[in-house]
Design a protein around this ligand. Structure first.
Ligand code: DX5
Ligand code: ZN
Length: 223
């Protein structure tokens, strides 16, 4: 898979998500930030909104669950129409069991790590996943500044993913923009979430196209 862009609707108009989806027609996914006010200090979208959005969006939904007890709740997001569901490993009791359950439902299974969480303890279970999400800000809010110290974890994660021999995507979320995406692609990431950079622009779809082309040019040729 090449470079993919997943605009985060957290920075869109929640009163008009259909228009938000249409405004990023060339996006590969729509990133949906689910927050429960426990795992993160913010409250956003739940299952009913995902269900409605799935019916009107042409892009598949990439649900990022920033919630406690994803073991209990994640499968409901697949039932609501998500194509990919990402749970936080810090909140998950049984990541292998949950990933298998999501895949059995025919969805892609993603596992997310906060900035301070190391990838190394999870090296052996990576083949159970379709995607690893490395947070490049503390989860909870759009518009934060990219944390540069995450770059070495991105490179280390890419090496571990390559070792599996499987096509496991490496997604980044937080502070991704035209200023940061190139060094992230160079380090081995291939799926980029962008909220404020896309929906804060006059022409969101032009930003999607621009970000993708910057990342494609920066991506190591060996991949
Ligand atoms: C933050 C969310 C992100 C957020 C990114 O916790 O997970 O998806 O929308 O927003 P930007 O791109 O503005 O950092
Ligand atoms: Zn997110």
């Amino acid at each position: 898979m090449g470079i993919q862009i997943s605009p985060s609707i957290l920075s869109a108009d929640f009163a008009d998500l259909r228009t938000a989806a249409e405004s990023v027609a060339s996006a590969d996914w729509l990133h949906v930030d689910v927050m429960d006010n426990h795992f993160v200090p913010n409250l956003t979208i739940g299952v009913p909104v995902v269900e409605s959005l799935a019916k009107v969006a042409s892009q598949p939904l990439d649900c990022h669950l920033m919630i406690e007890d994803p073991d209990r709740w994640a499968p409901a997001y697949v039932e609501a129409g998500a194509g990919s569901v990402t749970f936080h490993v810090e909140a998950c009791r049984a990541p292998v069991r949950l990933a298998r359950e999501l895949r059995a439902q025919q969805a892609r299974a993603g596992m997310a790590l906060k900035p301070a969480t190391a990838i190394e303890p999870y090296g052996d279970l990576l083949a159970e996943l379709d995607m690893v999400l490395i947070m490049t800000v503390e989860p909870g809010f759009a518009g934060q500044r990219f944390l540069e110290f995450c770059l070495s974890k991105i490179a280390r994660t890419r090496r571990l993913l390559d070792k599996t021999g499987a096509d496991i995507w490496l997604q980044l979320d937080g502070g991704i923009s035209a200023d940061t995406i190139e060094r992230c692609a160079e380090a081995g990431a291939d799926v980029f979430v962008a909220g404020s950079a896309v929906f804060g622009a006059d022409n969101p779809d032009a930003v999607v196209t621009h970000l993708r082309s910057l990342a494609e040019k920066a991506q190591p040729t060996s991949r």
